[in-house]
Structures are given as C-alpha cells and as structure tokens.
Design a protein around this ligand. Sequence first.
Ligand code: ZN
Length: 251
Amino acid sequence: MAEGDTILRAARRLDAALTGQTLAVSVPNPRGRAAGVERLDGHRLERVSSHGKNLLLHCGDLVLHSHMGMNGSWHVYPRGARWRKPRRSAWAVLAGERQEAVQFGGPTLRVIPAARLARDPQLARLGPDVLAPELGPDELIRSLRTDPARTLGDALLDQTLVAGIGNIFKSEACFAAHLDPWRPIADLSDDDLRVILAAARSLMQEAVESGRHTYAVYRARRPCPYCGGWISARGQGDANRTTYWCPRCQG
Ligand SMILES: [Zn+2]
C-alpha cells in the first residue's frame, strides 16, 4: 500500500514534470475513459497536491483525484520513452512539453469539478495530513482523541483521524516512540501522542527525501534491534492489518 510518503514523492515528481504546462491527455484503458480523464485534455496543470494517500492534480475547473491503494502507480517518462508497463494498461496519460505522466491501476481515479472539491464526501472525511508542514501536533492530537476507545495502532491507520499513515509507518512509529500499539488512545498522555506523531512524521519525511523504506520491526524476520527479543506480529483493528512490535521495548 502506498503511504503518505510515496504519495508526496509522486506529487513532487508530477509537479516538477508538468506544472504550468498544457496537458495532452490520452486514455488507453477503458477504466480511464470511464473516469472521464479525457475531459482534462487541453487543460493547464496548475498544481499538484497531496492529502494523506490522495493525490490531486488541479487543472482549472477540474481536478483529477487519484488514490493508488495496494497496486496503483504513477510513472513519469520523457515523451517517447519506453514504459515499464504495457500501454493498454494505462488509465491516464498526461503529456506535457517534454515529459509524460502515466497512471496505472488503483482503487480511485476520477475527475471532480474544482468547485465541488471542498465538499467532496470522499475527501472531506479525511483527517489532518500527518505530513502537512503547516500543521502543529495539537490538531493531530485533537483528531486522534475523537475516538478514545480505539487502540493506538488501529487509530493511526484510520484516515479520518490522521491521514497518510499506512501499515508500515504504523508499526515503525510505535516502535520508534517505544509505545505499545495495543494501548487505547484514552490511556495515552498528550506527550505520548506528541511523541508518536513526531516519530511518524520524521520517519515518513526521511522516506520522502530518500525514496527508501528501512524497517526496524515491519515484517521483521530478525530480533529487535534494541533488546534482541522476538518481534511479535498480530492482526489489529476491524481491517485486521498486521501490527509488528517488540513486547519488551514497547510494553
Ligand atoms: Zn525490543
């Protein structure tokens, strides 16, 4: 699953390649035609933004909303270069002067009128973006506390509480903060929540800059890097997403 760091990187890549340019749009795959992506043809890309795991391409009166889910991706190529995936599988091809952005797969690709963006139901329900530079921790803490009975690991994944954290950074941030992912939010102090959110943000920012994920506990097949004990793994929350943690260091 692409988490907030991957989406922010994609947003920056698309921004550098295409912002300010008039888009020539083609839609090789029927899925892109169903999404109405061709309506963007001839529009100028004004900016690219991200909110959590959602990518938004602002093109005047229209906005392209993309969520990559487990298997979606955006590629950027010089125009005319060979792609790493077959042309027919592309849902959207947005060509600028020298480069083109190509979108493949994922749960969401749709065109929204810009006028409706602020009250779009899918986007309006998102919590504050953990990677938003202007956000202080208090707003994120307040949002997490709206569901005090939820366990920490489960709450961190809920995009309506905090947007951008996925299964990797859920486990990694709890480990870095030395907090037990199974404790309910109500049990944690504001300082605890400040530490966990700062850990998530700094680990994700590192990944934005490096483009790499390095894991301390996620999918661990080795002992805890601090204490040498066993890393535990168990499904958590309604979606039963696996959480990895060190019971000794995070007990
Ligand atoms: Zn440990």
